[in-house]
Design a binder for this molecule. Structure first.
Ligand SMILES: Cc1ncc(COP(=O)(O)O)c(C=O)c1O
Length: 388
């Protein structure tokens, strides 16, 4: 009997604790967790440094209103600005909120320069930007919007990779292009470097804004702090969440100065966004991710995993169609049934999660060990042998 609504397809498995890359179930079993709360626990479960910093802050101050200056938030914003394209930050609590704030900023920017009709956002069809009313309509997925009408207007869509349709869809009312540099829920589809560069060029040519949703692929998950860094492009607005909190709900929208100027007092806000407890944890996550060599290690270790997966693909060409992704945002596109594959991995004590296009998502913590990578590869190989 549950009193929770039925909006999730939950597995009948519960966990009582986690440590690093492992979860321990209530019935005494140990699982290799390559979901990590869907790319959230960037430093794994129960990270000792995060626990220490959380404990420290929890004894000082949890929450105060944004009506006051919050030094922990000032510090986190400064660090994000110093290390990235951003010149200004607004803190939120989740990815959807951050993405919705990004949309608001784009519209407000054009409004502030006397072009209020420039308010449409151009997005990739069947992408994922969250579950608020605006973000489900931004995502352009029939499944997500069904039953939630009336339609939130102001969003146009083009197909992934269809450059001609993209150019055609830009009108005089387009304010911004919004894309994920790596489509996460959409099937771990990496937008090629030259395409991201092309998007920047189109945005410059048409004098519109480029919003890159790094909620899933950001904060080191791709092997760079931001996935768009591989393409060396400079976005105007970037929503982040997931990994920045390491398991604590934090979201943020990062902006260039040009656009952030329009966010005057009263234009946007959040009760919880940016509170001292959240901000201390965000700072603790960055202490680790900004450590010398951390991201280098992510890239190096992820190559081990990717190479291993490609070898398995070669040995089981009837099972795995494609190895997708960058860093530790990886996916196996299968010929065989995705659910059966995920269930078999689970039977073998490894947790993964689905994505669109029959993809099995593989999301270890960023500090996963080589040994754990080899264990994962062994389990995946075993499942391929069983399922072939
Ligand atoms: C790219 C992207 N944007 C936005 C979101 C929404 O984030 P949240 O679930 O924290 O609202 C997600 C969540 O998976 C995501 O992957």
């Amino acid at each position: 009997m549950t009193y929770l609504a039925n909006n999730y397809n939950r597995r009948k498995i519960s966990f009582k604790r986690g440590k690093g890359s492992y979860l321990y179930s209530t019935n005494g079993k140990k699982y290799l967790d390559f979901v990590q709360g869907i790319a959230v626990n960037s430093l794994g479960h129960s990270n000792l440094y995060l626990i220490k910093e959380l404990n420290k802050q929890s004894k000082k101050l949890w929450h105060i209103s944004n009506a006051f200056t919050i030094p922990e938030g000032e510090k986190l914003a400064k660090r994000l600005v110093k290390k990235t394209f951003a010149e200004s930050v607004i803190f939120q609590n989740s990815g959807a909120e951050a993405t919705e704030a990004a949309i608001k900023v784009a519209r407000k920017y054009f409004h502030s320069i006397g072009k209020p009709k420039k308010n449409r956002i151009l997005c990739i069809k069947n992408s994922f930007h969250g579950r608020t009313l605006a973000t489900i309509f931004a995502s352009g997925s029939k499944k997500m919007t069904k039953g939630f009408g009336p339609k939130v207007s102001g969003f146009d869509h083009f197909e992934f990779g269809d450059h001609k349709s993209l150019e055609k869809k830009i009108t005089k009312n387009t304010a911004a292009i919004l894309v994920e540099p790596i489509l996460g829920e959409g099937g771990i589809k990496v937008i090629p470097k030259w395409c991201l560069k092309g998007l920047r060029k189109i945005c410059d040519k048409k004098k519109i804004l480029l919003i890159l949703d790094e909620v899933q692929c950001g904060i080191g998950r791709s092997g760079k702090f931001f996935a768009f860094e591989y393409a060396k492009v400079r976005p105007d607005i970037v929503p982040i969440a997931k990994g920045i909190g390491g398991g604590f709900p934090i979201g943020a929208v990062l902006m260039s100065k040009k656009v952030s100027k329009c966010m005057v007092p009263g234009s946007h806000g959040s009760t919880f966004g940016g509170n001292p407890l959240a901000m201390s944890i965000g700072n603790a996550v960055l202490d680790q991710i900004f450590k010398k060599g951390f991201l280098n290690n992510v890239r190096k270790n992820s190559l081990l995993l990717i190479d291993g997966l490609k070898k398995i693909q070669k040995d089981y060409p009837s099972v795995i169609k494609e190895v997708r992704g960058l860093g530790f945002l990886l996916g196996l596109q299968l010929f065989k049934d995705q659910s059966k594959f995920i269930d078999k991995l689970l039977e073998n004590k490894m947790l993964t999660i689905r994505a669109s296009e029959n993809v099995v998502r593989i999301l270890p913590p960023l500090n996963v060990s080589k040994k754990e990578i080899y264990i994962a590869l062994k389990i995946i190989r075993k499942v391929c042998e069983y399922i072939k």
